[in-house]
Design a protein around this ligand. Structure first.
Ligand code: TTP
Ligand code: CA
Length: 398
């Protein structure tokens, strides 16, 4: 007999904003926007009160201020959010042995085969929501369904403070009017092809022959016809490794010179190197993301002979990638990402490499004790001094 799968998806409501409202009574019940505060910042998230004004994640902060001038705007406190994330994941693990993190505030949990322990799934989900509320003061939305796709859909259906259970027999009806973009894997380009074929809803996809559709959009057709019919075989994978480690900066003023770009790439490489080393892994692929003044954005990647977590090696690759992008435009955003991760760097046979590892151990011990900024490259210190100097009014020589 086929064992019915049962998947739970938990997702915290307005995560960063709810934490700030929890910790600041004066923010409660108000439109609160968490994000980069500078003129070039973007919204990380907004409280539900702010969403009523049309403010949402990834929107430029300038636009959010236009839409919601009475909003309270605050900078994110990532360390705090990370700590609370750990707290909620500890709770999740009490409710299922198989927990797959999907983001800082959401996870899939496989609760199949627990029927004898759990006579009432609604009650079980309520218990989880209550535990999270009691321990963190925050509200989670929960979805339960026979597969991952439906469980994620369910947790989103009655947000905030949602709790929805989808049964397999109801899936097709629930999916019927959903836009095709809601099917995993359908991005902008695929959606255009589907629209051109007159296919706009999941209901229409559900009734389409996958082999015929594959002639237009490739093998993705099989996946989306399955999803549209409420079928999804993917397992909850508790060992899912982090896919990449990266960092990016949007600048208050565009970067004009090559020297400025290189300094910023070095600062980003230093952050990525530190994060890779603290995560105990190394990256074989380095990617640089560049957004120009015109908003055109490019990414360039390079795969190294050996995985690395050393700042200079990440920087060398990033700089080479940047140099390969010939353009005269100024730059508003730079990012550096390490991917293709392995768990640690092979111990080197070469003395010079071993010395480097010892040096980094010392650097990291200082960073771990006194904070990431305690030690940095001389080149970056010089640049910080110069930057600060530039903020003073210029005095003309006599
Ligand atoms: P989400 O779960 O997408 O959003 P949310 O928790 O704020 O709101 P809800 O789930 O109720 O719709 O993201 C979780 C956190 O991740 C969010 O609080 C802030 C951060 N985040 C960003 O920093 N940038 C983004 O573009 C998104 C989508 C999220
Ligand atoms: Ca969330």
């Amino acid at each position: 007999m086929e064992v019915l799968k049962r998947i739970m998806h938990v997702d915290m409501d307005a995560f960063y904003a709810s934490i700030e409202q929890r910790d600041h009574a004066e923010y409660r019940g108000k439109p609160l926007i968490v994000g980069g505060i500078g003129s070039r910042g973007v919204v990380a998230t907004a409280s539900y009160e702010a969403r009523a004004f049309g403010v949402h994640s990834a929107m430029p902060i300038v636009r959010a201020r236009e839409r919601c001038p009475q909003g309270i705007f605050v900078k994110p406190n990532h360390k705090l959010y990370q700590a609370i994330s750990q707290q909620i994941f500890t709770i999740f693990k009490e409710f299922s042995p198989v927990v797959e993190p999907l983001a800082i505030d959401e996870a899939f949990m496989d609760v199949s085969g627990m029927e004898r322990l759990v006579p009432d799934w609604r009650q079980y989900a309520l218990q989880l929501k209550q535990r999270v509320k009691a321990e963190t003061g925050l509200v989670a939305s929960v979805g339960i369904a026979p597969n991952k796709f439906l469980a994620k859909l369910a947790s989103d259906m009655k947000k905030p403070d949602g709790l929805v259970i989808i049964r397999q027999e109801d899936a097709r009806a629930i999916l019927h009017d959903l836009p095709v973009r809601a099917l995993w894997g359908v991005g902008g380009k695929t959606a255009e092809v589907l629209y051109s074929m007159g296919l706009r809803t999941a209901g229409q996809i559900a009734d389409t022959d996958a082999t015929t559709l594959a002639k237009h959009i490739g093998v993705l057709a099989y996946q989306i016809v399955d999803l549209a019919n409420g079928r999804d075989e993917r397992e909850v994978n508790s060992d899912r490794a982090v896919q990449s480690i990266g960092n990016e900066s949007t600048f208050e003023e565009d970067l004009l010179t090559r020297e400025e770009v290189e300094r910023n790439l070095l600062a980003l490489a230093e952050k990525v190197g530190w994060r890779l080393r603290t995560a105990g892994c190394a990256a074989r692929t380095v990617t640089v993301k560049i957004r120009f003044a015109s908003f055109a954005t490019i990414t360039r990647s390079m795969t190294l002979a050996e995985p690395t977590h050393f700042d200079e090696e990440i920087y060398r690759a990033a700089e080479a990638l940047y140099c390969g992008c010939k353009t005269k435009e100024t730059i508003r955003l730079l990012g550096v990402v390490g991917s293709n991760l392995s768990s640690c760097v092979q111990p080197s046979l070469f003395e010079e490499e071993r010395d480097k590892a010892v040096l980094y151990q010392a650097v990291d011990a200082l960073k771990a004790r006194f904070g990431e900024k305690i030690i940095t490259k001389a080149k970056l210190l010089a640049c910080k001094k110069r930057k600060r100097k530039r903020t003073y009014p210029k005095v003309s020589p006599l």
